[in-house]
Design a protein around this ligand. Structure first.
Ligand code: AHR
Length: 528
């Protein structure tokens, strides 16, 4: 009776999974799922990834060249492709980032021996030989089964350069653009699912005022077209993503959405980008391996600000776009830490720990809770850069703890959000106070009921009771990711330190009890 009263009381405080922080003295958490009130669809594109010409993210991480002794298909390493295929990457954003606003696509087509050579000024002054260009990118996207998210150059490029590039990619061979592509070895046009119109135009993309950017945006949105025959009618048209805000700054959200609300027939956008990295302060100085509980708590606290940012920008977007026609696309997010000792300046190489995996799960849960507005997200970055899913060293490759979160969250792709309520409890470290438990429930596209659980407390197991009113749950099973320490990592010498393990629930009287280890993420399918 007491348990039912508590669950009901917390339910009153909690809407579609927003955790109510009210601690129970017995250290148990009751999660109540309401399958009768389905919410928004969780777009699979929130599991997108970002691959920039930066450090060894492309060169070495994806591209080794056709003559490499590392097994590859047309120069693209096969181990990385197999790993990425397994987690169903829905889209890959390329070629940047800051790099995109200095990228000139003609340098990256045609005979590799004759391609343009430049210097990657943003990222370590590396020589860019353009061996990985348009054809190699689309080959890679096809090999991993992902849609293409292409960011065009607004900063140092022109509308003509961008529209010529997308015509080269998408037009058929009746056109000069399509004939040139065919002459370079690709007769069939490719599709551009997402078009990024600039990158961080408030910063590295030209430090533009919102008004100046929106003046640029309009002709790009009008004239940069996909000519692909399958992209001519809704809902299959190319999705144009405008540069939007950084963290909680409302200036670009206001500027772009106001311009959009006043637009005429001649232009449109389908998405607004948000960039928000998990850092405690800039420049990022927290170590990716040698950190203690205080840094763990502070960084986790920093990542939970994503929830506030989404609320801030959603409220502004609701004001100008109550019908939610324009999606929010968090196309750069992740943990940004100090560079690993001995690595090159500007290459942004960091290790990836259990803490980072938990942070990824918390972000996926936040995106899922905002699925009515958040239609895409791209973790930064795919391989070897920032919060990577994969690390490589020559012919060696390892899967990071964050990779395994992507694998565990596969049932969330295109699932439907279900309301949950729970007494999150508290985890305290020094001055930092965080909710102890996080939970999101979904109805997957195959009809199964899934529950994601995070125990943020690095010291105490959580006892989770799950109730599904109207359903007599027969059991639940799935996987859990935990490790000896929050700073446990996978290394080339010990690649299986942080890997998922099976977990199951005990069923009794239609309810479930799960013992959730300290510092863990679990994903369970509930048997109804
Ligand atoms: O992901 C690294 C960089 O972070 C990107 O190039 C830029 O857009 C952002 O500032």
């Amino acid at each position: 009776m007491k348990k039912r009263f508590l669950a009901g009381a917390v339910m009153a405080l909690s809407i579609l999974g927003a955790p109510a922080v009210a601690q129970r003295s017995d250290n148990a958490t009751t999660v109540t799922i309401d399958p009768a009130k389905p919410g928004a669809k969780i777009d699979r594109h929130i599991f997108g990834q970002f691959a920039e010409h930066l450090g060894t993210g492309i060169y070495g991480g994806v591209w080794v060249g056709p003559d490499s002794t590392i097994p590859n298909v047309r120069g693209i390493r096969s181990d990385v492709v197999a790993a990425l295929r397994a987690i169903h990457v829905p889209n890959v954003r390329w070629p940047g980032g800051c790099f995109a606003d200095e990228y000139h696509w003609r340098d990256g087509i045609g005979d590799p021996a004759k391609r343009g050579v430049s210097v990657n000024w943003n990222w370590g002054g590396a020589t860019e030989n353009n061996a990985f260009g348009t054809h190699e990118f689309f080959d890679f996207a096809e090999q991993i089964g992902a849609d293409a998210y292409v960011s065009v150059n607004v900063g140092s490029g022109t509308i003509k350069e961008a529209s010529d590039w997308i015509a080269y990619i998408t037009a058929d061979d009746r056109t000069t653009a399509g004939q040139e592509r065919a002459a370079n070895g690709q007769r069939e046009p490719w599709k551009v699912k997402f078009l990024g119109i600039g990158n961080e135009s408030w910063g590295c993309g030209g430090n533009m005022r919102p008004q100046y950017y929106t003046d640029q945006l309009k002709p790009y949105a009008r004239f940069v077209r996909s000519f692909h025959p399958d992209q001519q009618t809704a809902p299959n048209t190319m999705q144009r993503i405008a540069v939007g805000p950084s963290d909680g700054d409302p200036a670009y959200t206001e500027g772009v959405m106001k311009a959009w609300s006043e637009k005429d027939w001649s232009w449109d956008i389908e998405g607004l980008s948000l960039h928000s990295y998990t850092v405690v302060r800039w420049p990022p100085a927290y170590d990716s391996v040698n950190f203690g509980e205080q840094e763990y708590a502070e960084l986790t606290q920093a990542t939970l600000r994503m929830e506030d940012h989404l609320k801030t920008h959603s409220a502004i977007m609701d004001k100008y776009d109550p019908e939610k026609k324009v999606g929010l696309v968090v196309d750069e997010w992740g943990v940004w830490l100090a560079k690993l000792p001995g690595t090159q300046e500007g290459f942004l190489q960091q290790q990836n720990s259990l803490r980072d995996a938990m942070i990824a799960a918390l972000n996926f849960n936040i995106f899922a809770r905002h699925a009515d507005r958040v239609r895409g997200a791209n973790i930064a970055q795919m391989v070897n850069v920032l919060q990577a899913m994969i690390l490589t060293d020559g012919e060696k490759m390892l899967l990071t703890p964050t990779y395994y979160i992507h694998q565990m969250y596969l049932p969330f792709q295109d699932a439907t959000l279900l309301p949950v309520s729970f007494n999150a409890g508290e985890y305290r470290q020094g001055e930092v106070v965080l909710p102890r438990v996080d939970a999101v429930a979904v109805r997957a596209s195959d009809g199964k009921l899934w529950l994601s659980l995070v125990n943020l407390d690095p010291n105490r197991q959580a006892s989770i009771e799950v109730e599904v009113p109207g359903v007599a749950a027969r059991g639940a099973s799935g996987t859990v990711l935990t490790a000896p320490q929050v700073n446990s990592v996978n290394t080339f010498a010990a690649p299986n330190t942080v890997v998922p393990a099976p977990i199951s629930a005990r069923a009794s009287g239609g309810a479930l009890t799960i013992q959730l280890p300290a510092k863990s993420v679990a994903m369970l399918a509930i048997e109804e």
